[in-house]
Design a protein around this ligand. Structure first.
Ligand code: MF3
Ligand code: CO
Ligand code: CO
Length: 308
């Protein structure tokens, strides 16, 4: 499959793509040196075969044009499903009713819900309310007026995975609910703005963490963004905290999620006895937004685009 494609389906031109890596950026070969002091201009350097280097060194599978089209289609279905849930969300709704909506809509559209039976997860969507950080299992919990409700959807369409979530208000939110949802939304926006070739994973985490903490909130450490597209969770991990210039260098063709979980109080969490539901240890509100992001030649494109 990899080399059978010709011409415009060959994927991003990696020689061109390295031109976008700044001379002072960390070398994409992973040496820890600046690009100009390492592979820049060296004939036969590993940067000339970045695709192979990223796969062998980091386990990252770059996406070519036809892959990106497939993930974009899965992403549109995820967005349509989120919109359907939003249109039905109201106090009194039971979380399992969201599961039924998501499951049936996904199947009706020729796709599969990735969460179902994933490492034993028993449902087709994660629904995480108030102090639940993520991985809430739909069940008999009744949504109340003023709740914040995160709905996290991953669909598999024609073999391609796209992953996105949003936090909605049920009824009329109080000031704390408004605050944490606004901050989480802005955190994703900042993370996405840090995505371009030559920037690093640390730049993404730094831009999220500095903003969240400046607002007096905290960033969850135990769950991170992830490569996605061919599988649910691929390399690399994408922390929502970190230091500028650290971590690996972004190159065109990478596809990963950014999905910061932001707590109104402390960052610590605990996992409930169902072995999935993650809640804030201090019981404070937690909110999250997630999109699936492609690194392009000059920045990024969301494959699950919605306004932030
Ligand atoms: N969609 C989640 C993510 O953003 C993963 C959920 S795993 C599940 O990575 F098993 F709980 F579905
Ligand atoms: Co995800
Ligand atoms: Co998700």
């Amino acid at each position: 499959m990899t080399d059978g494609m010709e011409g415009e389906d060959k994927g991003m031109n990696l020689k061109t793509s390295t031109d976008k890596v700044g001379r002072n950026a960390p070398c994409p070969c992973g040496s820890g040196l600046k690009y100009k002091r390492c592979c820049l201009g060296k004939p036969g350097s590993s940067v000339l075969n970045l695709e192979e280097t990223y796969r062998s060194k980091y386990g990252i599978r770059l996406k070519k044009k036809s892959d990106i089209e497939g993930i974009r289609k899965a992403g549109q279905l995820v967005l349509d499903t989120l919109q359907l849930v939003e249109s039905r969300l109201t106090p009194g709704l039971i979380t399992d009713e969201i599961n039924t909506l998501v499951h049936e809509f996904t199947i009706k559209n020729g796709a599969r819900p990735a969460p179902l039976n994933y490492r034993g997860f028993p449902k087709s969507v994660c629904v995480s309310i108030n102090e639940v950080i993520c991985h809430g299992i739909p069940g008999n919990r009744v949504i109340k007026d003023g709740d914040i409700v995160n709905v996290d959807i991953t669909s598999i369409l024609s073999g391609y995975y796209a992953d996105a979530n949003k936090t909605f208000f049920a009824g009329k939110p109080g000031p704390e609910a408004r605050k944490i949802v606004d901050i989480a939304r802005h955190c994703l926006k900042r993370g996405m703005a840090a995505v371009k070739p030559g920037n690093t994973l640390g730049d993404i985490g730094w831009s999220i963490q500095t903003y969240a903490e400046a607002q007096g909130c905290s960033v969850v450490r135990e769950f991170v963004g992830h490569g996605v597209g061919f599988d649910f969770h691929e390399a690399p991990q994408v922390p929502h905290f970190g230091h500028r210039g650290q971590g690996l260098t972004l190159i065109p063709g990478m596809v990963f999620t950014i999905e910061p979980m932001i707590n109104l109080g402390q960052k610590e969490l605990k996992i409930l006895d169902d072995n999935w539901t993650a809640v804030t240890r201090d019981g404070s509100l937690s909110a999250q937004f997630e999109q699936t992001i492609l690194v392009t030649d000059d920045g990024y494109e969301s494959l699950t685009p919605y306004e932030l």
